[in-house]
Design a protein around this ligand. Structure first.
Ligand code: PFF
Length: 448
C-alpha cells in the first residue's frame, strides 16, 4: 500500500483513544485487581506504577517510532528497517496468536455474566456464585461466547481502520470511563469500604520489592500497555507524521494507570465490605462481585453495568490484536482486507477451540495434555516472557542498532518538537529500560 493511500487515524484525541483502547482492557479490569489482590494490594500498585514509567513508556515510544516510520504491519515494519531484525515482527505476530488463544475466552465470560445478569438468572440460581462459575467453566458456553466475541471484533475490523477501529474507540472509551466512575462512587458508600482502600492504598514496602512481585508488575505493565508484541507498531503505522509520540504514550500510560486504579477502587472496597478475601485469583470479578451486587438494591442493574464495562474494555483490546494479524495477512500475503480479517477470525476461532479442548482434557490429534490450565500458561508466557523480551529487544534495536539519529528524528518529529523528555527517553531506551528488564528476567529465571 502506498504511503498516501494507507489509512490513518484522525486527530490527536483519536490516536490517544485508539491506543488507550488497546491498552485498557481485561488487563486493567480483570487481571490487575486479581494479581494486586494476590501480591499485597498497595505494594503491587506501587511497583506497577514504577514499571509503567520506567519500562512501559520507553518501550511504547520505541514501538510507535518503528510503526510510524515504516507505515507497515509488524513484520513489514521491522523488515523495512532491518532484515536481520524482522524476527521481532514475527515475535509480535506470535504474541498476537497466543493472546487470541485465550483472551477471547475470558472476554466471553463477560458476555455470559452480562446475559445472566440481564435475564436475572445469575441472582435467582440455587447455586452459589462459585458453583455457577464452576458449572459455566465445565460447559461449552465459554467457547460459544468466545466465538461471539470474535465475531463482534470481526465486524469492527471489517469496517476498516477509520470507520471501524477509530469510531468504535471514540464511542466505547468515554462510555467505559463514565461507567467506571459511577461504580467507584457507588462503592464508596458501602459499609466497611475503608478496609478496601487501606488494602489498596497503603503499601507494605517489604512485600513490594520482592523479585517475584517486580516480575509480576513488569509483566502486568507490558500486558496492560500492549507493548512487546507488535500491537503499538501496527497502530502507529496509522499515525500521522505530526502526532507527538512521547505525549501520546504518556497519555495512554496515564489513562491505563488511572483505569487500573479505578478498577481497584471499585473492587477492593466492595470485596472488603462484603467480608470476602481479595485473593480469589482469576475468578475474582466473576465470583466475588456478584456476591457483592446481590445485597445491593437493583443488583441485576449494577451487574449489567459492570459486565458491560468489562465487555467494552475487552472489545477495544481484541480489535487491536486482531488488527496486528489482519494487517500482517493483508500486507504480507497480499490479501484484501476483507479476506485478511476473515483469515484472522477463523484462526482465532480455531485457537479458541484448541484451548477449550485442552482445558477439557480432550484427546486432540493424539496429543493428550492432562489437567493443564492452558489459559494460565498462555497468559503467563505472553505477559512474563514474550512481551518483556519483545520490548527489550525493540528498545535495544532502535537505540543501538539503528542509525544514531533514527529515534531522535522520529520522536522529535524531525526537529519540530523540543524538550528534555526527548533526551530522557533516548537515555532510558539505551541504558535503563533494557537492563532493567534483563535484570528482572535473570533474577526470576528460577521463579518462572
Ligand atoms: N492491553 C490489553 C489488556 O490489558 O487487556 C491486552 C493486550 C492487547 C495485550 C493487545 C497485547 C496486545 F497486543
Amino acid at each position: 500500500m502506498s504511503e498516501e493511500k494507507r489509512a490513518s487515524f484522525g486527530g490527536k484525541l483519536s490516536v490517544i483513544l485508539v491506543a488507550a483502547g488497546s491498552a485498557i482492557g481485561l488487563g486493567a479490569i480483570w487481571r490487575f485487581p486479581y494479581i494486586a489482590g494476590e501480591y499485597g494490594g498497595a505494594a503491587f500498585l506501587l511497583v506497577f506504577a514504577i514499571s509503567v514509567f520506567a519500562v512501559g513508556i520507553p518501550a511504547m515510544v520505541a514501538e510507535f517510532a518503528v510503526g510510524r516510520h515504516s507505515r507497515k504491519n509488524a513484520v513489514g515494519a521491522f523488515r523495512a528497517l532491518s532484515k536481520k531484525w524482522s524476527w521481532l515482527g514475527y515475535n509480535g505476530v506470535l504474541g498476537a496468536l497466543l493472546i487470541s488463544g485465550y483472551y477471547y475466552i475470558i472476554a466471553g465470560w463477560s458476555l455470559e455474566y452480562l446475559t445472566n445478569s440481564a435475564v436475572g438468572s445469575l441472582y435467582n440460581s440455587p447455586l452459589s456464585f462459585t458453583e455457577q462459575f464452576a458449572e459455566f467453566q465445565g460447559s461449552w458456553r465459554p467457547l460459544f461466547y468466545a466465538i461471539v466475541f470474535i465475531l463482534l471484533t470481526h465486524v469492527i475490523i471489517a469496517r476498516g481502520v477509520e470507520k471501524g477501529i477509530e469510531k468504535a474507540s471514540r464511542i466505547m472509551m468515554p462510555a467505559l470511563f463514565i461507567i467506571l466512575l459511577i461504580m467507584a462512587v457507588r462503592v464508596a458508600f458501602m459499609p466497611n469500604a475503608i478496609e478496601g482502600y487501606r488494602f489498596f492504598l497503603s503499601p507494605d514496602f517489604e512485600k513490594a520489592f520482592s523479585p517475584k512481585t517486580i516480575m509480576m508488575a513488569i509483566g502486568q505493565a507490558f500486558f496492560s500497555l500492549s507493548v512487546g508484541m507488535g500491537c503499538m507498531v501496527t497502530y502507529a503505522s496509522y499515525f500521522k507524521k505530526k502526532n507527538n509520540l512521547i505525549s501520546t504514550s504518556f497519555n495512554v500510560a496515564g489513562l491505563t494507570l488511572l483505569v487500573s486504579v479505578l478498577a481497584g477502587l471499585v473492587i477492593f472496597p466492595a470485596v472488603f465490605s462484603a467480608g470476602l478475601q481479595p485473593t480469589e485469583g482469576a475468578s475474582l470479578i466473576f465470583v466475588t462481585l456478584p456476591e457483592i451486587f446481590k445485597d445491593m438494591p437493583l443488583a441485576s442493574l449494577w451487574s449489567v453495568i459492570f459486565f458491560t464495562l468489562v465487555m467494552l474494555a475487552s472489545l477495544t483490546s481484541t480489535i487491536s490484536f486482531h488488527e496486528v494479524l489482519t494487517a500482517y495477512f493483508a500486507e504480507e500475503f497480499k490479501l484484501s482486507r476483507k479476506w485478511a480479517a476473515r483469515t484472522t477470525s477463523i484462526v482465532s476461532i480455531a485457537l479458541s477451540i484448541l484451548t477449550t479442548c485442552c482445558i477439557f482434557d480432550i484427546d486432540f490429534l493424539g496429543i493428550k495434555i492432562a489437567n493443564v490450565t492452558f489459559i494460565d500458561i498462555f497468559d503467563k508466557f505472553t505477559a512474563n516472557i514474550l512481551m518483556p523480551l519483545g520490548a527489550m529487544f525493540t528498545c535495544i534495536f532502535v537505540s543501538w542498532f539503528m542509525k544514531r539519529n533514527f529515534i531522535h528524528d522520529e520522536i522529535s518529529n524531525y526537529g519540530n518538537l523540543k524538550g528534555a523528555t526527548i533526551a530522557i527517553i533516548i537515555f532510558m531506551l539505551r541504558y535503563i529500560t533494557p537492563l532493567l528488564i534483563l535484570y528482572i528476567f535473570i533474577k526470576n529465571i528460577g521463579l518462572l
